[in-house]
Structures are given as C-alpha cells and as structure tokens.
Design a protein around this ligand. Sequence first.
Ligand code: PHE
Length: 506
Amino acid sequence: MVPPTGSSSTEDLVTEVLQTLSKTDPILSTEAFAQVPFESIKAALDRLASRSMVTYEQVEREEALLEPEAETIVSHGSHEARVFEVVRKAMGGLSIQQLEKEVGDKSITKLGSGKAFKEKWIKKDGSSIVALVSVDSINDVTREQLRTIQEKRTHEPKILAELKKRKLLKMQKIISFKISKGPKFALEMVKEETDLTAEMLASGSWKSATFKPYNFKALGAEQHAGALHPLNKVRSEFRQIFFEMGFTEMPTNQFVESGFWNFDALYVPQQHPARDLQDTFYISDPKTAGRPEDVEYMENVRQVHQNGKFGSIGYRYPWSEEESLRLVLRTHTTSVSAAMLYKLAAENVGGRVPPARYFSIDRVFRNETVDATHLCEFHQVEGVIADYGLTLGGLMEFMDIFFGKMGVTNLMYKPAYNPYTEPSMEIFSYHKGLNKLIEIGNSGMFRPEMLEPMGLPKDLKVFGFGLSLERPTMIKYGISNIRELLGHQVDLTAIQKNPAVRLDKN
Ligand code: PHE
C-alpha cells in the first residue's frame, strides 16, 4: 500500500507505479493509488512518461457513492426485509403499533411495509399483519444491489437511476489516470545522462549510457538579466537624437558647483530668489570653492553685474566674491554649459572661435517640496548651439526638428524670463492623452552679459534649451507619480517588464 498522504517522494511513487504495473497492466490510478494526491501521481507519471517507461491517459467516469442510509441497509437489510423479518418472527401476526415498536422506526416501518405488501411477502388478516411466504423465498434485492455498488461503485444504469431516486446513492465524477507500460518499461528508472563528458568518451561508458532527450518545449529558467530603467531608455533616445544632430556630450559628473558657475557666470544677480536657501541646496562642508584661476574673467563678471560693461548697464549692486564662491548642488546643467562656452572662447579655428553644439543629460538638485510631480532632484536634458548668424526663428525651427524626432509635434512658444537669456521662450506641446497644452521645455538666446565676459566674439550667437527627462518619460510610460519613477517606491518588476522598444513614434 502507498502511504495515505503526499509524504512519499516522487522517487518512491515512481518505483511503486512500476512495480504495480509489472503485475497488472493497465492500472487505474484511482484504484491502485487511491490515497495519493492527484498532483503527486501526475508528477510521477510525467517523469515516467518523459522516458517512455509508461503511457497514460486521463479518464473521467462517474462513480456511485452510497448515502448513509444505504450503508445501514447493506449492514441491516432493506426496510421491507426488516419489516418482513419482524412479522415472520411474530408467528401469529401483529398490529401496526406492535410492528412499529418492534422495527423501532416509524418511517422505516411505513416504507418497508408498503414495499412488503406490494411484493406479497405480508398481508393484512383482520387487524393484524401476517407473513405470506417463508424466509428463503424472500429476496432482499435492494440490499444485494447496494452491496454490489458498495464494492464495484457501479451497477446497471436502470438500477442506479432507481436507487438515486430513492436517495440511497449519489453519483460522483472521478478523474483518474489509466496507466499502461510504455515501450521502455523497466522495473527501475535508469539514470539519464544530461552531458556527454570527456570521461565517458575515454572509458567508453557512453556506449551503454542512456541520454536524456532534449525537451524543446521547456520554457527555460527565467533570465535575470539587467533591465534598463525607463529614464535610461528615454535618455538614450535623447542622446541618439543629439548625436544625429551633431552635438557632443558635455562632462556633467560634477554635482557640486560654485555659485559662480551655477549663477554669476549666467548673469543671475546675487539677490535673485533662485539663490535663496528655500530653492538651492548649499554645501556646509566645505562651504566655499577656491578662487578661479582666471581672475580677469571673474573681474569681468563682477563688473557686468555691478557697474555694467560690454554695452550693458548691469544690475548696479555691490557684487560679492564670497557669495559667488559658496558651494551649491547644481540647480541646472546650464552651469556646465557656461563652463563649456567659456572654454570655447579660448578656441581658435581658422582665426575665429568655431561653432559648437553641446548637450548633456544629468542630475540637478532643487529644494522642492516633494509631491506627485516634483522631487528634490531630477534629470535635465540640456542643449546649447553656438554659431554665427543665429536667430530666434532658427531656434524655433531647431526645436521643431528636435522634438519632432521624439514624436512631439505642434510646438507652441510663450515669452518667458531667464536672467541669462533674452529673448526667452517656454516651449509647449498639445498632449492628446491629457487633452491639454503641457510645458515641455525652456529656452532662449544667451545674453551678451553672459557671453562677452568670457571673451566670446559679439557676432557669435548662442541659444540654449533645457527640459526635464522625467516629464517625457512619465508621459511615454504612463506614470502619473514621479515617486514610482525614482526612489524607494520604484517597482523593480515593472522596470523589468516594461518593453525594451516602444512603437509609439508615429
Ligand atoms: N536652465 C534652464 C532651466 O533650468 C533651461 C535653459 C537652458 C533655458 C538654457 C535657457 C537656456 O529651466
């Protein structure tokens, strides 16, 4: 016998199946392994079938199951037989009340006597009931039928129907496996080799070894390969567009900047609200940067802020070198653009500063209250074009082409203000899904107050633009809360599952 629980290992069960099958073929799982759980027997059979040691098919059939009342009939006889027995023993007959008393159950008496009258085993003689036949001539058919069913779990359909109507049994659906010997049937499971090894070749044991066949239907283990974060995917799309359009990438690995490069070089006055503590993170240790090597440039910046220079009247306030040397977490990558343009000013190609196109995509930090669309840090996409004869119309055309490559069309522009650009424009696009105009970027022509202190020629015009990487990513990936994109609420499974390629370009 197989243990009644699923505790026997598949290994044991496999041996059990083979041994049972060697004696009888075929076997029914519900008969031979009545107590083994369905899943366990299936696992064992699958293992054997994969080696052609057995074949099996699932069969469904109905079994008759005795109700408790029927069990009583099997052990004590049918109602009518019990009634007859009492009447027969009473010899001279007995009244209904006496019969009830002797049988001990009113309803058994009622049902049983009815049937016994019909079978002509008993009859009424005045007020008493008497037996009509002798013991051996009565045949307790019901009891016999139920006994057969108890043993075989089935009977002729007519009989089953009749007993079912009398509520003595119910039918139950049984799923079992019909198991037969397979072409490679054996009493033991041979170890199957999964690899052909050098040792097997050397010893010649490969000749008699059994090799496990390839399972081409197997799904294979899940590959936990790296997955790109949506921000990374959109980032590489932007990078690709920049490269296509002739840009070179700026080095942005320096998150800490001096106020000088983050603000002063960009002609952001020292009283500007963006420089307040509630907007900018200041570094406490160390607090300040060293003085820049190019004192002349710094002096130019001081003058253009304080008294005006290069044809500008300036802001006219006392500019503080100390303030400009305070260290900050960069609030935009325009600080990097400024440093790159400063370097560009020193270049000379064919007797002039060459045109240039720079871009970067990296982190910036702002002291924001965190909500569904704001974090203290985000990624800024930034582009700068320096060339001779650039116009505002050229910037708008460039934007159309640039965003068009991302699938963003029908741009609209709104005048805006940045201390470092004039004119400045916010860029909007109508978003069909959200059914509204959304701001997608900020742009402008860099001011002479920013470019000329660096030594860039007057006729070299520079335009720039910036946008967050998070916003287009959230729109493209249908993310409504920025905290699902960055930080500890990010669902790694979602990142692993999101498609490698989006087909939303057109
Ligand atoms: N620095 C701007 C921002 O953070 C973007 C910008 C870059 C605007 C260059 C104009 C020119 O929004």
